[in-house]
Write a protein that binds this ligand. Sequence first.
Ligand SMILES: Nc1ncnc2c1ncn2[C@@H]1O[C@H](COP(=O)(O)OP(=O)(O)O)[C@@H](O)[C@H]1O
Ligand SMILES: [Mg+2]
Length: 271
Amino acid sequence: MIEDEYYEPLPRRREEKRVKDRDLYETVEEVFDHRTVLTLYSLIRRRVIKRMNGVVSAGKEARVYLGYGWRGERYAVKIYFTSTAMFKKGILKYIIGDPRFEGFKPRDTRSLIYAWTRKEYRNLRRMHSVGVKVPRPVTYMNNVLVMEFMGEDNRRYPLLIEALPELTREDLETIYNLVLEENEKIVCRGGLVHGDLSEYNIMVKPGIDIVIIDVGQAVPPEHPGFWDFLRRDVYNITRFFNEEAGLENVYEPEELLEVYKECLAEEKGGV
Ligand SMILES: Nc1ncnc2c1ncn2[C@@H]1O[C@H](COP(=O)(O)OP(=O)(O)O)[C@@H](O)[C@H]1O
Ligand SMILES: [Mg+2]
């Protein structure tokens, strides 16, 4: 069940384990069902994570926690709720039509959410492997995704929407170019469309650099919605940088879509 290239088991120490269990229960028990707690417990037993700390983000569909590995690594542990019926409708359209999930028929909401978690992990892995600036995926299990924590000390990097008031025009130009660069990698090298690319799913690193997050809905070109999702991403990004960030020299969305069309055609051996 665990798909993971990075994890190496370490020897176990019983007294450590007891303390971690208590921390874990205190952290997640009130919010998540018993099976989710067991999944986290299993990740601890397998020595993927050592303990869970505070909530980084409490969304409607998932919560993200700061977790620690056994060597002091910091992880973002994203846990999906398994009982959100509204969410279920929204995600089906990104699973049906994705050849990686051909023949998949969800038995219930839970199995759909498990598939969704696996999908996010796989999208993350694919993007990471072609050099897209995404958090390094660590592993997934059931409705829990473990990835690299993106932040300084124990604070996550701000989202682009949060950083906006502090950014200079020059910063914004740099970020705009970085976003286009990453999106081109996602499409042309990764063969995926992000599907929810916006100022809410881009983090800003001091220095200036960016991190792309929240890749669960990404699908490959075989998916019938691919071009609609890509068009929507491109329009959203263009609108943000033009209207909210005030950059005048942004590309026309259709111009960007042409670039993606060409690189995907080349990929197929067409052009
Ligand atoms: N790898 C990460 N490192 C640090 N913080 C993260 C990481 N992934 C997500 N977050 C934080 O958690 C929030 C929610 O995560 P996200 O993947 O966007 O899920 P959703 O928007 O569906 O709730 C993000 O806006 C960000 O603040
Ligand atoms: Mg998000």
